[in-house]
Design a binder for this molecule. Structure first.
Ligand code: PLP
Length: 402
């Protein structure tokens, strides 16, 4: 491994990159290959590939048990799962959401011509601020779609109170929060339902996939109809529906990964602890903490870059990417600044100061089974070099090399 001591050792300034191969954010977590191939063989033998096959049924059963709910409806991806949940709850008009989330949270509403009304977040937690939510309620509001960002529960009790007061439906996008708890309670216990994404890059994946979990039986029945064209049996459609079905191959991946969840958490946790030790020691950096009294999946290593750090967030990302550390800005510049929403609702940014602040501060770093401790030490060294460089030194180097 290359020794990194001064600015001149950085790839940005002409040295060779610290890593020969790129380190990705969201490189898939994989369970047992042998177990997966055994499932794949069985799928071939059965010739049952989709349409609520035995593996999907087993997956739903095991997932409901693992997540501590009565109903789990598996789907083809998280976005369709969100759309179906929103539709099954009969939301319309306006629904309040954070802007600081993955774009699909907003799209799932806009796609069915429901206005996503963006509410601001809390600077510390990055989650919805219940008072900001309250301020965005109008006579057209029908629901609140909270997001458990980075796997940390959003303020469910306060949001529940707002929802009850205004007779709004409350549901959660729990895409980041697989296996997480809030106040010791499994994350799926809150609101009408919780939606997960099992996309390849998520903590728990089924290649592509998603699910809605709920304790509400009527809601589960309705969503099962909706994800299968509204068929209630052969030749009998009783509901308008779409195609949200999960395949057998996806369920096989889910079953295999479910057996490996503890290993995934252990590696992520080890990485998160080391990143935190090394980066929190540098002035101007702080790694978002997970409460050790809760269950977390530690999938996101989120670094906030403060004023005290001598180079900007974007300059850090640039320097890291040159070293083959494919660090990412996350949810920048916020959903409300993405073209469709910027065009529809040009002034909403005025009400989202904390969203802007957080979106400008955050870097997400690579973790997971393919990132080891020596690599994290090297990444920390890169941050250290950047932190020693006074602004002037860095800019002189920039002038020399760029
Ligand atoms: C990934 C993600 C989604 C979308 O899920 P897909 O399975 O990719 O469709 C929705 N919301 C959040 C917060 C996500 O992170």
């Amino acid at each position: 491994m290359k020794q990194l001591k001064s600015l001149h050792d950085l790839a940005l300034f002409g040295a060779s990159p610290a890593f020969a191969e790129p380190l990705h954010v969201g490189r898939p977590n994989l369970g047992s290959r042998e177990a997966f191939l055994a499932y794949a063989n069985a799928i071939f033998d059965r010739r049952w590939l989709s349409n609520n096959g035995p593996l999907v049924q087993e997956f739903e059963r095991r997932l409901a048990e693992f997540l501590g709910v009565t109903h789990c409806v598996a789907m083809c991806n998280g976005t369709i799962a969100l759309e179906i949940a929103i539709r099954a709850l009969e939301l319309k008009g306006e629904v309040i959401v954070p802007s600081y989330t993955f774009i699909a949270t907003a799209h799932a509403l806009q796609w069915q011509e429901i206005t996503p009304v963006f509410a601001d977040i809390d600077l510390q937690t990055h989650n919805l601020d219940p008072e900001a939510v309250r301020r965005m309620i109008t006579p057209r509001t029908t629901g609140i779609l909270g997001v458990h960002l980075w796997g940390r529960g959003c303020p469910v009790i306060e949001l529940q109170a707002v929802a009850e007061e205004h007779e709004l439906k409350l549901l959660f996008d729990a895409s980041h929060a697989f296996g997480c708890t809030h106040d010791g309670v499994p994350i799926g216990a809150f609101g009408e339902c919780a939606v997960f994404s099992f996309h390849a890059t998520k903590f728990f994946n089924t290649f592509e996939g998603g699910a809605v979990i709920t304790d509400n039986e009527d809601l589960a029945v309705k969503m099962r109809l909706m994800k299968n064209f509204g068929f209630s049996g052969y030749d009998n459609v009783i509901y308008p529906g779409t195609n949200g079905k999960m395949t057998e191959m996806a369920a096989a991946m889910g079953l295999v990964n479910l057996d490996a969840v503890d290993e995934f958490v252990a590696v992520n946790r080890r990485n998160h602890v080391l990143y935190s030790q090394r980066l929190n020691a540098i002035e101007g950096l702080s790694v978002l903490a997970y409460d050790d009294c809760e269950q977390n999946n530690y999938q996101y290593v989120v670094v906030e870059v403060g004023e005290a750090f001598p180079v900007s967030r974007d300059e850090i990302v640039h320097a890291l990417q040159a070293e083959n550390v494919l660090a990412r800005r996350y949810f920048w510049p916020g959903c409300h600044n993405m073209l469709p929403y910027r065009a529809f609702y040009p002034h909403v940014g005025l009400l989202l100061p904390n969203t802007a602040t957080v979106a400008d501060r955050v870097i997400v770093l690579p973790t997971g089974a393919t990132v080891d401790e020596s690599q994290i030490e090297t990444i920390a060294d890169i941050f250290n070099i950047l932190s020693y460089s006074k602004k002037v030194g860095y800019q002189e180097c920039c002038r020399e090399f760029l």
